[in-house]
Design a protein around this ligand. Structure first.
Ligand code: SF4
Length: 264
């Protein structure tokens, strides 16, 4: 609900900005476009009928309210815009047609336009088929098909999702054994970390914040590490959105190994 309201506020803000720029007569808001043959429709946030110079064209603006402006538009945003462009093309078969996505970070007061989207017939047909498939799934006449996106990380169906299933492979016995050893050691490390945290608390309870001492078998030292300053990257991005990209540096990628038992 909060997210929905935030999106609505972003649209009102843009409407006010366009009105202040004197172009209110060039566009409509919340325009419904309907497929002529199928029960598919979309709502366009802003539909411009001419560019700022008054030359006729149709331009869709999809508004996205975000907490952080991404480097690239999400694929779901692009699909949504392409679907709107496709429905518009069916309604207006000729003429200039384009679209853009405006990502707005209300907290930071930052706006970024992803521009240059055009009608893509292949993508539109694919999206229509997906929409029709969803309708059939809702009616219970089809099994839902999967579609991976960044939303998968938040999906509660992920453990059972066929798109996440790993292909069956035959591993050499020594690799299988190494993988099992890896899992076993990882479990030991996890358990050791857990137990060490408890023991650490017990030791600190005895020593207090500073201690130095040598017993018959143990050297025990407790000291304080002074607080230090680090850059709060989230705050930097929020308060200085223009500076943030200039202080970014590439972090080297690495090979990620995931190894876990699939036996219950
Ligand atoms: S995990 Fe599977 S079901 Fe969930 S969003 Fe991704 S593809 Fe769809």
């Amino acid at each position: 609900m909060m997210r929905f309201s935030r999106g609505h506020v972003a649209e009102i803000l843009l409407d006010n900005m366009f009105t202040a720029a004197g172009v209110k007569h060039l566009y409509d808001t919340q325009v419904e476009v309907v497929h002529p043959d199928h029960p598919l429709k979309a709502h366009i946030d802003f539909l411009f009928y001419a560019d700022f110079d008054g030359k006729p064209q149709l331009h869709v603006i999809e508004v996205k309210s975000v907490s952080t402006i991404p480097d690239e538009p999400y694929s779901t945003w692009i699909d949504q815009l392409n679907f709107q462009l496709g429905l518009l093309r069916l309604k207006y078969p000729v003429g200039k047609l384009g679209g853009s996505i405006l990502a707005i970070d209300l907290n930071a007061g930052a706006v970024h336009q992803f521009n240059g989207f055009e009608y893509n017939e292949t993508l539109f047909n694919y999206l229509c088929n997906r929409g029709l498939n969803m309708l059939e799934c809702l009616a219970g006449t089809e099994e839902p098909s999967t579609s991976t996106s960044f939303l998968c990380s938040y999906c509660s169906y992920r453990p059972d999702c066929p798109a996440m299933a790993l292909p069956e492979v035959e591993l050499p016995p020594e690799i299988e054994a190494m993988a099992n050893k890896f899992i076993e050691l990882n479990d030991i490390r996890y358990e050791a970390d857990r137990r060490m945290r408890g023991i650490r608390e017990g030791l600190l309870e005895f020593t207090g914040p500073t201690f130095k001492g040598r017993s018959e078998t143990i050297d025990l030292v407790v000291s304080s590490v002074a607080p230090s300053m680090i850059v709060d990257s989230k705050l930097l991005k929020k308060q200085y959105p223009d500076v943030y990209p200039e202080v970014l540096k590439e972090r080297a990628g690495y090979t990620k190994l995931e190894c876990k038992s699939n036996c219950c």
